[in-house]
Design a protein around this ligand. Structure first.
Ligand SMILES: [Zn+2]
Length: 128
């Protein structure tokens, strides 16, 4: 008998509906409402109920940048990035870093494909 395919794990945030409604009454103007059921699983009793633009300094180049409410919504609800995570690099530095990581990954994959040296053990021997 074929086993039933396991369905997507059911997850619901540990937040009471009344509390959410109470919090949403205090949502500032211009904020974007969050769909908390789309967040990656977490144990927070006060997940972000809305998103507002965050102004931070980039850890890479030190420039001020805005992590917009729309970007936050996309990160947490589409990419399922944990709710505790916020961007700490500006868009340009993020793009640059992603490119570097990709280049490194491609390089490592290329190296893994190359045939090993017949005497690799000898070459790896410490000389000091
Ligand atoms: Zn930057």
């Amino acid at each position: 008998m074929p086993r039933k395919k396991p369905s997507e794990p059911q997850w619901s945030p540990p937040v009471k509906k009344e509390y959410q409604e109470y919090c949403l009454e205090q949502m500032p103007a211009g904020a974007i409402k969050a769909d908390i059921s789309k967040h990656a699983p977490h144990n927070s009793y006060s997940p972000p109920f809305w998103y507002v633009d965050q102004h931070t300094k980039c850890v890479e180049c030190g420039k001020e940048f805005t992590f917009t409410a729309r970007q936050q919504k996309h990160w947490h609800e589409v990419y399922k990035i944990p709710i505790y995570v916020a961007a700490n690099r500006c868009v340009n530095c993020r793009r640059k870093r992603r490119g570097e990581l990709l280049t490194q990954k491609q390089h490592m994959e290329e190296m893994a494909k190359r045939p090993r040296h017949p005497n690799e053990a000898f070459l790896r021997k410490r000389t000091k």
